[in-house]
Design a protein. Structure first.
Length: 128
């Protein structure tokens, strides 16, 4: 299965939230936080707001670093969700933009989390 993007990039606003989350949770790596963010966003049943772009930060990583050992699972979940929401899954640009929308929504959703256990709670997603 082909990766939706080659390089995962985070916005400047997302970077600020991730820095705060690194302090609060003790997680040291961007990829761990970004994985949680994407999974939380995918668990939200509503479509993510379209990411407007602009303002990329210095936080970027290769897809294989981001996805780690769950590359196939994240790719499959993203493809299934994109297909269900009418995203052109054959278009690498469309899929990349869709992924970025989930990443940024997920990161934004982490900003009020106070601990690592709070990151894993999905009860707040049902009302989002």
């Amino acid at each position: 299965m082909k990766n939706p993007v080659d390089t995962v990039r985070v916005s400047e606003r997302g970077r600020e939230i991730l820095i705060k989350m690194k302090r609060r949770t003790g997680l040291e790596h961007w990829n761990e936080l970004c994985r949680v963010a994407v999974c939380r966003s995918l668990a939200n049943k509503s479509p993510p707001p379209r990411f407007a772009g602009g303002g990329d930060s210095s936080v970027e990583m290769e897809w294989k670093t981001f996805a780690g050992g769950i590359n196939a699972e994240i790719s499959a979940l993203l493809l299934l969700r994109a297909h269900a929401e009418g995203i052109d899954t054959q278009s690498r640009d469309a899929l990349g933009n869709y992924f970025r929308s989930h990443l940024e929504r997920g990161i934004s959703g982490l900003q009020n989390v106070r601990s690592i256990s709070g990151m894993l709670e999905l009860t707040d997603i049902a009302e989002a």
